[in-house]
Design a protein around this ligand. Sequence first.
Ligand code: ADE
Length: 243
Amino acid sequence: MRIDILTLFPEMLEATLATSIVKRAQDGGQVEIHVHDIRNWADNKHRKVDDRPYGGGPGMVMMCQPLHDAVQEVERQLNTPENPECSPVRIHFTPQGEVLKQERVEQLAAEKNLLLIAGHYEGIDERVIETLDPLELSTGDYVLSGGEIPALLLVDAVVRLLPGVLGHADSADQDSFSERDSEGKRLLDCPHYTRPRVWNEKEVPEVLLSGDHAAVDKWREEQMVSRTKSRRPDLLDDEEVDP
Ligand code: ADE
């Protein structure tokens, strides 16, 4: 997979992308990530990328031209003789977008190319959004200062699903939202324990020490269901079942 990220703050992304599992996945060749500074496409001598909003009001709005030209050029570069018809899934992060869920992450992890647009300031001129027509994603019902953290969040969630990125031991199949009950509903993960057996007067559940794998599996399943019921009952609602 190749991921291109357009931002006004490349330095916000670079350190995180060079750390942990995302770094390992790049080193291992499972993902190629390119960060582009939108300011490089500003066609004015002050490299201005934002301006005051028409109609007045606080903050600045990102102008159409730099972002539009950046998307066009990055997409042109993606079209190589080996990959002539490459059209990445364009994604714009905004609190007005579809709230990101694991199902969408799984779908995006199956794509060859993602182009992530991280806006800043008060927003992006609506006309360039209409023209680019990206998939709009929100990380949740709160407001961040820009799309960089959502972009990092999506990269992390997608990359850990790519084949070969996680070893068998920390496989993604057992994460929250990946495990399903008998009706196909997504469940939260069960609790985990490690040594020592007693800590702060709290004991590890007996069944985990029993060596009885069937009993352990049954206990974990029950924990996943009871945790989901008490913490996220909405996941068990009928409408939440994936088609
Ligand atoms: N940009 C600002 N807030 C955001 C959010 N909650 N999700 C996605 N992008 C955002």
